[in-house]
Every structure is written in structure tokens, then in C-alpha cells.
Design a protein around this ligand. Structure first.
Ligand code: SAM
Length: 277
């Protein structure tokens, strides 16, 4: 069993706030989600979902699917690919919300309270795994590495894992790039950390190359854009007017035309791993 664990502060945030409801909506999507749904965002959301589905489908049909870090937002649009669905999260509040969403889904499911750094499943138990927006909320680098190893361990040879992660060096967003460079510079980062307002939960996006290295020994690793904009850009820039409209058109063009090479430009990446047979 791995000696590494996820981050207690992340669990506390999700138990006490992130998966609580405010105005009929969970706090997590309220804080970090999109507040305007224009046609470009809707189209890109569907494209990104299709990329995830395509990657998972390489593991076959009627998948026994594991979702790690599902919280209160299990990815229900993957359920039609599944013969059975297992969701894991260490937030019990999140799992209660997940249960209420899955109870009418019509796919056999189980939800398990566990730490993804120590998954309570035997090797090769699942056909495929999906893990979105979780890894970068584990504060310790070694624990992030352990989480990657655990997810890969529990899928079968020939199976597929898909991770949605943050790229901390998004070349298209220089302000964010600079902020992350400062945050990741020893000493300077610690000083800057003390001066800036504290984020609501731990946040430690590791470089794409580092994540690729963690996964390379398991099989073929493929990276592509999941979503180019940062959360701040997404929340503040309308696609209906002014310069925002032009920027969104450019983002759409880049994402659709160069899904693989644009991964280094944007903020969220999809990493897919086909586990060697
Ligand atoms: C940002 S939310 C993502 C939820 C969902 N996957 C989505 O995309 O909307 C992160 C989730 O990961 C869970 N999480 C973070 N670290 C974890 C760990 N080490 N073990 C289990 N769950 C973890 C949190 O409790 C939270 O529910």
C-alpha cells in the first residue's frame, strides 16, 4: 500500500464547502465554473467530451469504468459507455451528492469513500478510468505521483485512463504563466505565497512533461487540449461582444484545428494512457 495520501485541506474544503449547496447549486461549480454559456463554449464543451469518450472507448465497449475524484459531479455523460460505474472520492459530502444524481441513471453503480493515493481495488479491476480536475488539488508532488500510479495499477492491461489536468505553463496566457513561474520558483514562490490572498483550497499544477514522465512506463501517453482558457478568462470574457468575441473565435479555431499542438498553449489538458498489454 502506498504511504502517500491526498491533502486533508482539500478534503475539508469539499466536505465543508465545495459540495455544499448555495442557491440550489454546489459551491464548487459556482466558484470555478462557467457563468455564460455561449455557442462557442457549448460547441467546445461537446468537442472536449467527445475527445474523452473517444479515448476511453479504445478500452472497448460496455466498460467497467472507475471515476476518481468524482465528488458531487460524476461525469454522467460517460455512463452510456459503461456496464458498471464506480466513483471514488474522499469527500463523503461529495459522494452523497453523487448518489442523488446517479440513483436514476440506470447504470449499476457504486460509490466508495477512499483516497486515490491508496485505491481499495485489486490490480486490473477496471477497463478504464477517468479522473478530472483532481490531481492538481493534491499538494505534495510525491502524492500526485502515487495517485497516477494507483489509477494505472487498477486498470487492466489494454485499458485506458484519461486525466484532465492543468498546464501550469499556458503560453497563450502570459499573466497566468508568469504567476505560475513565480509560484514555482524556490523561495520567491514562498514569499509571493505569503503576500497574495490564499486560494480556497490547495492547488499545485505540475508541468505537463512531469506528468507525462509519471505515466510513460505504463504505456502509450497522448496529450491534447481539454480547454484552452483559464478559469478567470472563461468567467470574465463574454463571447458576445467586443474583443472577447474575437478572442473566443481565435480560441475555437486553435482548439479545433490543432488539438494536439495547442496543448502547450492552453490551461487544461487531457492526458490519455493506453496501458500496455
Ligand atoms: C475539483 S473537484 C472535481 C470534481 C469532478 N471530477 C469534476 O470534474 O467536476 C476535485 C475532487 O477531487 C477530490 N479529491 C481530491 N484529492 C483526492 C484524493 N486524494 N482522493 C480522493 N478524492 C480526492 C475532492 O474531494 C473533489 O471532490
Amino acid at each position: 500500500m502506498s504511504k502517500h495520501t491526498g491533502t486533508e485541506a482539500t478534503k475539508l474544503f469539499y466536505d465543508q464547502l465545495g459540495w455544499k449547496e448555495r442557491d440550489g447549486r454546489a459551491v464548487d461549480p459556482y466558484l470555478f465554473g462557467v457563468h455564460e454559456d455561449g455557442p462557442i463554449r457549448i460547441e467546445l464543451h461537446e468537442v472536449h467530451l467527445e475527445r474523452v469518450r473517444n479515448a476511453l472507448s479504445r478500452a472497448g465497449t460496455n466498460l467497467s469504468l472507475l471515476e476518481c475524484g468524482c465528488g458531487g459531479n460524476p461525469e454522467q455523460s460517460l455512463l452510456d459507455l459503461c456496464s458498471d460505474y464506480t466513483g471514488v472520492d474522499f469527500s463523503e459530502t461529495g459522494l452523497e451528492m453523487a448518489e442523488s444524481k446517479l440513483s436514476t441513471a440506470g447504470v449499476p453503480h457504486q460509490l466508495k469513500a477512499a483516497d486515490v493515493c491508496n485505491l481499495p481495488f485489486e490490480d486490473g479491476r477496471f477497463d478504464a478510468a477517468y479522473c478530472a480536475h483532481m490531481i492538481y488539488h493534491i499538494a505534495e508532488t510525491a502524492s500526485q505521483a502515487a495517485a497516477f500510479q494507483e489509477v494505472m495499477r487498477v486498470i487492466k492491461p489494454g485499458g485506458t485512463a484519461v486525466f484532465i489536468v492543468v498546464n501550469p505553463r499556458p503560453l497563450l496566457f502570459p499573466v497566468r504563466l508568469l504567476k505560475r513561474l513565480i509560484a514555482d520558483t524556490p523561495f520567491v514562490g514562498q514569499v509571493a505565497d505569503k503576500l497574495r490572498p490564499q486560494p480556497p483550497l490547495p492547488y499545485k499544477p505540475m508541468p505537463l512533461r512531469w506528468m507525462q514522465q509519471q505515466l510513460a512506463s505504463w504505456g502509450n501517453v497522448e496529450m491534447m487540449t481539454y480547454s484552452l482558457p483559464t478559469t478567470a478568462f472563461n468567467q470574465r470574457t463574454s463571447e458576445y461582444k467586443g474583443i472577447g468575441k474575437q478572442l473566443w473565435k481565435a480560441i475555437r479555431w486553435l482548439d479545433l484545428k490543432y488539438p494536439k499542438s495547442s496543448v502547450y498553449l492552453g490551461n487544461y489538458a487531457q492526458i490519455s494512457v493506453c496501458k500496455s498489454k
